[in-house]
Design a protein around this ligand. Structure first.
Ligand code: SLL
Length: 262
């Protein structure tokens, strides 16, 4: 390391896209044999690169992210033995079986060249499929099996501001694979925000695809936010009308009160 490497490069920001979350499936009869009797699901929680490898069958993970991530620690529910699982090399993931959903604290430690503080993010382990509103919150296992694997993933970008020269060199020599522009083939089904269920299964012709993050999702998210804003505006307008009406009523009542004999 030369002295120059210890200097921060001011004004530079480097973004690295990641995904974190989990996949879950209902235990098969064979898997059940090797699991505690109350366990119903098998799941994998992971931190990966955002781009997916074609036909890999997994969400994200095309790029190796160990040039900037040194360790990922997953803090599981205390019902698990040794609940803090530290993973020092890729794939940064933990596979377990269990019966319940819980919050997982994910602590990401960066390589020492970065001089960056560790980052903690949270993921709510999702085992049960989303169903159309009105359905029971936790669908029967048979329906869950029919619906296929549950995917709950979050896209995020880690931003390194004013990186050290040596770290900047590492980052720039490992550019991330750009996300695809839109949906590719069967990797179609949306996930964390979608109201999945039997309808989504029908739409995917009974074959749920493995979801993939793509650039079109940003536009879809924008459209969702815009629609939500429009709904709120309409609601505010309506409530303003109600308020106006109530004020008129109040003034009238006040007048009546004032007109009462003392
Ligand atoms: C719930 N608050 O009640 C959550 C807790 C805990 C899940 C879920 C396995 C533990 C074991 C397991 O699934 N724990 O291996 O004994 O839903």
């Amino acid at each position: 390391m030369s002295n120059n490497d210890k200097v921060r490069v001011r004004g530079v920001q480097v973004h690295r896209p990641i995904v974190y979350g989990n996949t879950a499936t209902v235990l098969t009869a064979k898997e059940k044999e090797n699991a505690p009797p109350e366990h119903t699901h098998k799941w994998t929680v992971a931190v990966r690169s955002a781009a997916s490898a074609p036909d890999s069958g997994i969400v994200g993970g095309k790029d190796d992210i160990s040039h900037f991530i040194r360790r990922v620690s997953f803090k599981l529910h205390e019902t698990y033995p040794n609940p803090t699982r530290s993973i020092d090399k890729p794939p940064f993931e933990v596979t377990e079986t269990g019966w319940g959903e819980f919050e997982i604290a994910i602590r990401i430690t960066f390589v020492s060249e970065s001089n960056e503080k560790a980052l903690t993010i949270y993921h709510h382990l999702k085992l049960h499929p989303w169903t159309a509103s009105g359905d029971p919150e936790i669908p029967e296992l048979e329906l869950a099996i029919k619906l296929g694997p549950v995917h709950s993933w979050q896209y995020d970008e880690i931003v390194f501001c004013d990186p050290y020269q040596s770290f900047l060199n590492i980052l720039t020599s490992h550019p991330p694979t750009p996300l695809p522009k839109g949906r590719v083939g069967k990797r179609a089904v949306p996930f964390h925000l979608a109201n999945l269920g039997e309808k989504a299964l029908e739409e995917s012709r009974g074959q749920p695809g493995v979801p993939e993050f793509h650039l079109g999702m940003e536009k879809e998210e924008q459209a969702r936010l815009y629609n939500a804003q429009k709904t709120i505006w309409a609601e505010v307008e309506k409530m303003n009308g109600v308020l106006k009406q109530k004020l008129i009523e109040k003034n009238q009542l006040q007048k009546n009160v004032n007109a009462l004999p003392q």
